[in-house]
Design a protein around this ligand. Structure first.
Ligand code: SAM
Length: 220
């Protein structure tokens, strides 16, 4: 899969996504990540990308033209363009699965007060990672790219790793334990030590259901 980000701060995305599993996915060619900086698509010697908002108000607004030119350069025939904004559709695992099937994603990252509204129709989707406001779209792009990249076949070496996990079947995942059997007086649940795979599967299924019900109650 190819992913491009239109961003004034490529390092905010490149650096976190150079580590661990996604970093390895990039090295192994499962994920190609590129950057287009609107500053490189300006005409003035100050490479201006923002200006004051019409109608007054605090903060600066990213100008449409440098973003438009960067997008024009990044876009291919099969690109799916995502504008990151707290006003967008809320990101979730179902959408991560949908996006993982795309050949080319382009993320447009706003900064400051956001981007001139006239850029919005250029995107296929407006996307939010939650009901809070970040300083820029870059951390949101990192979260979405990370969640999507691990769903690309071959990125996680154990193929079933994404099958039973939280959200996959509409349930939260049962808790995990590893050595030692007793840690600071807390023992691993007996069933997990039994070696009986049928009992272990039943235990995991009932814990997942209890956990999901308790979480839903807490959120109501
Ligand atoms: N003035 C905007 C508003 O009130 O909706 C907020 C702008 S925010 C400071 C700057 C940029 O961060 C946005 O253009 C967007 O790209 C990104 N951003 C902030 N919060 C986000 C969120 N929850 N999800 C996705 N992107 C977000």
């Amino acid at each position: 899969m190819r992913v491009d980000a239109i961003t004034l701060f490529p390092g905010m995305i490149d650096s976190p996504l150079s580590e661990s599993i996604v970093g390895r996915a990039r090295e192994e060619g499962f994920l190609e990540l590129g950057f287009f900086n609107p500053r490189d698509f300006t005409d003035d010697r100050h490479r201006t990308v923002d200006d004051k908002p019409y109608g007054g108000g605090t903060g600066m607004v990213m100008m449409a033209e440098p973003v438009y030119r960067a997008l024009k350069k990044a876009r291919k025939r099969n690109s799916f363009v995502i504008l990151l904004t707290p006003k967008g559709r809320r990101f979730d695992q179902a959408l991560a699965l949908e996006l993982a099937k795309k050949k080319h994603l382009i993320f447009i990252c706003g900064h400051y007060e956001g981007i001139d509204e006239r850029v919005t129709p250029l995107a296929d989707m407006e996307l939010s990672i939650g009901d809070y406001v970040l300083t820029g779209g870059e951390p949101a792009a990192v979260a979405v790219i990370d969640a999507v990249a691990r769903l690309i076949p071959g990125v996680l070496k154990k193929e079933d790793a994404t099958v039973n996990e939280t959200f996959a079947g509409g349930l939260l995942e049962a808790p995990h334990y590893t050595r030692p059997v007793v840690w600071r007086g807390n023992k691993v649940p007996e069933t997990l030590l039994s070696g009986n795979h049928k009992l272990i599967a039943e235990w995991r299924s009932s814990r997942a259901q209890e956990l999901t019900a308790a979480t839903i109650r807490r959120q109501l």
